[in-house]
Design a protein around this ligand. Structure first.
Ligand code: SF4
Length: 91
């Protein structure tokens, strides 16, 4: 599922936080995660275990991979539980 949109609209932080997503800040990209939406399919963990590691705190560390890798993995999330926003000037 495309991690830069909700429905048809580009994601924005205000809306993500209002919808219950939690923010995990990175240098180039911020990752947002909704535990309520996650179906624990595990595509994220299998896709990039350094970034997505269940049981670690925080369980998402965006800077453990490149922004491009993060975006690729986030887009494999089937539920929309993962979203991202690329920081200004980093796209
Ligand atoms: S890929 Fe998406 S639905 Fe699956 S475990 Fe990760 S966040 Fe949850």
């Amino acid at each position: 599922m495309d991690g830069k949109v909700i429905g048809e609209k580009p994601v924005n932080e205000e809306e993500l936080l209002a919808q219950g997503y939690r923010k995990y800040s990175g240098k180039d990209v911020d990752i947002y995660y909704s535990a309520a939406i996650c179906a624990h399919v595990g595509n994220c963990v299998r896709g990039q275990a350094e970034v997505f590691q269940v049981g670690r705190k925080p369980w998402i560390i965006p800077d453990n991979a490149s922004a491009d890798t993060n975006i690729q993995v986030i887009n494999t999330c089937p539920t929309g539980a993962l979203k991202y926003i690329v920081k200004k000037g980093k796209s």
